[in-house]
Structure formats: structure tokens, C-alpha cells
Design a protein around this ligand. Sequence first.
Ligand code: DX5
Ligand code: ZN
Length: 225
Amino acid sequence: MSDNRIEIAPSILSADFSIIRNEISEIEECGAKYLHIDVMDGVFVPQITFGPKFIKDIRPHSDLFFDAHLMITAPENHLEAFIDAGCDCITIHQESCIHLNRALNFIKDRGVKCGISIVPSTPVSAIIPVLDIVDLVLVMTVNPGYGGQKLIQSCMDKVVELNELRSSEDYGYLISVDGGVNLDTVQDVVAAGADIAVVGSAYFNAIDKAAFLERMHSLARESFH
Ligand code: DX5
Ligand code: ZN
């Protein structure tokens, strides 16, 4: 982790897809390192966004860390395509994949980082069997499917729990928080132990995006000390 104590990962779900290359370049110019890429299939979640071709097309135009969040049913059927598209980390949901251990190891064996995500109604206990193999745990703090929702406070207990488990069991995963992160909630997210904060609408609604990221980092630093 950088001295910022938290990485802010802008989520392109809230971007204007008609000017996506500009939107992504701006994220890079603002100093962010991660690009959170929400893939939705209209089945696991209500909306449909895009598939691996979109990611493959934008890949040559950005050096950002491509953090793909697959909100799709049976993600194991599509992993090869997302790996081939150039994702740096592929996160799948506990709720949509039966053979989690196999799917996560498949991603890992291809040299790509693997993540596991849980929706608000899923407890941490559901992913304990795979915590020793994942590089990232993505805690959803809203019900997945839309940007612009309010953070569900009770989900923060899971961030604390994952942070404690990481220390006690010596696990190596990063903790990412996704949903409702903004200037009002980022300090709680950092205090709970997150390493990455996914920020969709709050980033894209900001008039001055660089200043917004700077403010998020400064609040994060205050919270950490
Ligand atoms: C929601 C997505 C999020 C979304 C977050 O299902 O997984 O990544 O973009 O958006 P905000 O930050 O607006 O809650
Ligand atoms: Zn997401």
C-alpha cells in the first residue's frame, strides 16, 4: 500500500461510456492506480453492463490496475475470456459460484490475482474456506447492481472481522469495500481496516475529480492516525 493508506478505485459503472477513453485517462491523470470494472449480466444483478471484449478494447489505452468485479452467474464459464482481456485481478461472488476453490485457483494459475466478494446478506463465515488462497476480499456495502446507493452500515462489521482474521491467521488478502463510499463514509471504511475503497458516483459526480481524490486521501490519512 502507498502512504495514502488506502487506494481509491474509481468504478467505471458511473462513467459516461460514450467517452470512456477520456474518462479512464482522467482517472489515471488524477493519480489513481486502480480501475474498478463492474461486469453485470442482468441475472445475478438486475443491470447489464458489458463483457470481456469491452475490457480487451480499453486495455491497451491504460496502465491502471484492472480490478474486474464479476457480478455474473456461473463466472467459471467466462474466466478464460476475462483473463485473455487483460484483467489484473478478477473477483467473483461466493453466491454465484459453487466450485469456488476451483474457480479461484483457475484464475491464480493463470498468473492473475483472484478475489472473492460477498453481498450484504452473506456472512464472512461463507468464505473462510477460501481466505487462504485469495488476493482480495471485496465486501459489498450495498446490494450489488446499481451505483449511487447508501452504504449499509452493518456490513462494516464484516470488514472489521476480515481485518482481524487477516492478522490472527496471517492471511495475505487485501480488503476492498464497494458501495456508498464517499467523503462522509471513507473514514469509517479506513478505520474498519480496508485497503481499497471503490468509489463510483461520488467520484464521477465530483466537479473537480483530482481535488475530490485528494480530499478522500486526506480524510483517510486523518482516520488512520
Ligand atoms: C455496485 C457496484 C459498485 C458501484 C459503486 O453493484 O459493484 O462498484 O459502482 O457505486 P457507488 O460508489 O456509487 O456506490
Ligand atoms: Zn463493484
